[in-house]
Design a protein around this ligand. Structure first.
Ligand code: FMN
Length: 210
């Protein structure tokens, strides 16, 4: 995967043939590692877009928390707006943007809940305050006032003085990618765009006009 290292320079001379047989995860891993080493502000944050049953898209930022056998994992409230939309339409889009590196990655895929033992293990690793917050926040529902939220936090603090169990409406989703597009900014808007599309179990690779 050396052809992918150092962004611009290597893409410049990389013909499509040099990507043949390669796996988009190699490039995905290199770019996510470089987002950290380049000190991008939020290297693990991405825009998650879901689509309602009537075709209305919604986007929001979430954190990529894991990559389990190629499935990209985030954690959230299953009863949120996004949770409702994923239940109706499992096709989602992810977008990473790293301005310092002049890079973006679009990922499209199918989203489903992770097995509950994976959510349990992740929830257990969180700080107590975040665990209580997961109980206190009915994410995306109407809230009459900040006081109402603060009151619920106190109630759950009292209810769970020691261990805080995982609420059953809170857990992970994983996205099984069917498409990756790697975008590298280049001078004069002559950017590189390399697309990997999953066809059966192989990745078809194409270069797009910028
Ligand atoms: C940097 C950043 C990271 C975030 N990470 C998460 C996350 O990992 N999970 C989450 O549920 N919400 C996260 N949020 C909040 C979401 O953007 C969003 O407000 C929330 O999930 C409710 O979305 P929904 O009403 O569309 O379901 C994050 C927001 C920001 C700005």
């Amino acid at each position: 995967m050396d052809a992918f290292r150092d962004g611009h320079h290597e893409f410049e001379n990389a013909h499509l043939e040099s990507f043949e047989g390669s796996d988009p995860y190699d490039l995905f891993n290199v770019w996510t590692e470089e987002a950290v080493s380049n000190e991008e502000l939020e290297p693990n944050a991405f825009v998650l877009s879901t689509v309602s049953q009537d075709g209305q898209p919604s986007s929001r930022i979430v954190y990529l928390k894991d990559n389990i056998d190629g499935k990209l994992v985030l954690y959230t409230n299953y009863s949120s707006l996004k949770g409702g939309e994923i239940a109706e339409n499992s096709q989602v889009s992810m977008l990473f943007f790293w301005p310092k590196s002049s890079r973006q990655i679009r990922v499209q895929g199918i989203c489903s809940k992770v097995p509950s033992d994976i959510s349990d293990a992740y929830f257990a690793s969180r700080p107590r305050g975040s665990k209580i917050g997961a109980w206190a926040s009915y994410q995306s529902e109407l809230l009459s006032s900040r006081e109402e939220l603060d009151k619920r936090v106190k109630e759950f603090e009292a209810k769970f003085p020691n261990e805080v169990p995982r609420p059953e409406y809170w857990g992970g989703y994983w996205i099984e990618p069917t498409l990756f597009e790697f975008w590298q900014g280049r001078p004069s808007r002559l950017h590189d765009r390399i697309v990997f599309k999953k066809e059966d179990s192989n990745w078809k690779i194409e270069r797009l006009n910028p």
